[in-house]
Design a protein around this ligand. Structure first.
Ligand SMILES: NC(=O)c1ccc[n+]([C@@H]2O[C@H](COP(=O)([O-])OP(=O)(O)OC[C@H]3O[C@@H](n4cnc5c(N)ncnc54)[C@H](O)[C@@H]3O)[C@@H](O)[C@H]2O)c1
Length: 355
């Protein structure tokens, strides 16, 4: 059996999901970990029995036996680290968002082409069973022409603070953190149409509400309770048009005076409609009655582990078996173009045309 030697760059929260995925695979060995926080990297290496520990990714990339890396750092590290890894001849699985903006993302894709290595973006929700069932239904023409879609990723009180709320390190707030997932899902499921224009608003009204009590929320490892810093939007809304004639309504928030957090992905076609959240359902006309269909598929608490395991396993298959990459870097660029346009439109108050 051919073994693949992998490294982790950024040993924080989400890297554990990559790590668990690699541990499931008999043909993968995680041989190196790097984090600018030396204690965190050391603890991670001990926890997972990883032989090489680094605080500088350039040093780690000198390891000849290292063939691939997961880049799971703050967003501002994604482009420089992935480009350095690709130039050093390593395959890269980079967390979402691919980069801070489309220009950086394109540079990453160019580096992958030059090195002839894989650049895969961590659009992990593409590995959900219901996403793929819905995608298949769209491909089979079950929905007909999809002319309208709606998606939202709405939190009530969910600004994680720390680097997430520091634009220099994150690139933005819920748009780049949460919106990236659901905008990509809609585009992936509907056959990757090209975005052509965006009209958007971002809102900086509520801040992070650090004084709130009564409900738990996820906080970034580097959240500083004494000086909670926040210079990103707390919510956003956008109308995104695509070259296949589809209009997508999008909303997202970290902090919003809404009853409950909720997510949705809804597609409306001229033959049928579908929703993906909380459960996959199809709506159509049958024998002159409005009819709902609900496939009985995977739900439950293992879902998060399952999708990360599938994503990591796919990355490894692309490297070892030459499978075509489901999440190529180019898709990350298209999404970054949309996110750039959301921020630009919000700032200028005008529609932004995407070329
Ligand atoms: N796919 C998902 O559903 C999902 C969920 C959460 C986070 N993420 C993404 O994963 C990434 C990490 O998020 P997280 O929640 O794990 O954050 P985190 O703060 O828990 O971990 C990030 C780690 O990266 C380290 N780091 C930062 N810059 C570095 C550099 N230049 N070199 C080495 N290490 C560096 C930090 O010290 C930290 O330990 C982000 O890009 C985030 O958007 C994805």
């Amino acid at each position: 059996m051919r073994m693949l030697n992998v490294g982790i760059i950024g040993s924080g929260n989400i890297s554990n999901f990559h790590m668990k995925g690699y541990l499931e695979l008999p043909n993968v060995k995680v041989i190196a970990v790097c984090d600018i926080d030396e204690k965190r990297a050391q603890a991670y290496a001990e926890k997972y029995n990883i032989p090489h520990v680094f605080t500088d990714y350039n040093e780690m990339l000198k390891l000849e036996e290292l063939e691939a890396v997961s880049v799971t750092t703050w967003n501002n590290g994604h482009a420089p680290i992935s480009i350095a890894a690709l130039k050093a001849g390593k395959h890269v699985l980079c967390e979402k968002p691919l980069a801070m903006n489309a220009k950086e993302a394109q540079e990453m894709v160019d580096a992958a082409k030059e090195s002839n290595k894989i650049l895969m973006v961590g659009f992990v929700r593409r590995f959900e069973e219901k996403a793929n069932l819905l995608k298949k239904a769209v491909e089979d023409g079950d929905l007909g022409d999809i002319y309208y879609a709606k998606t939202g990723y709405v939190r009530k009180w969910g600004n994680p603070g720390g680097w997430f709320a520091d634009k220099k390190r994150s690139g933005g707030g819920p748009v780049i953190d949460l919106g990236v997932h659901v905008i990509d899902l809609v585009r992936y499921i509907t056959g990757k149409p090209k975005p052509v224009s965006v009209t958007a608003s971002t809102f900086h009204k509520l801040g992070m509400k650090p004084h709130m009590k009564g409900q738990g929320r996820y906080l970034s490892e580097d959240y500083n309770q004494d000086e909670p810093y926040n210079d990103v939007e707390d919510a956003a809304t956008a109308l995104i048009k695509f070259d296949n004639g589809m209009t997508l309504f999008f909303e997202t928030s970290w902090v919003l005076n809404v009853k409950k957090p909720h997510n949705y992905v809804n597609l409306f076609g001229d033959k049928a409609g579908a929703q993906m959240e909380p459960e996959l359902e199809f709506y159509e006309e049958r024998n002159n009655y409005f009819t709902e269909t609900k496939p009985l598929i995977e739900t439950g608490s293992d879902q998060m582990n399952n999708i990360f395991n599938r994503q990591v396993s796919h990355f490894v298959d692309c490297i070892l078996e030459g499978k075509p990459c489901r999440n190529p870097g180019e898709d990350g660029v298209e999404i970054m173009k949309i996110l750039d346009a959301i921020y630009e439109s919000a700032e200028t108050g005008r529609e932004v045309i995407i070329k």
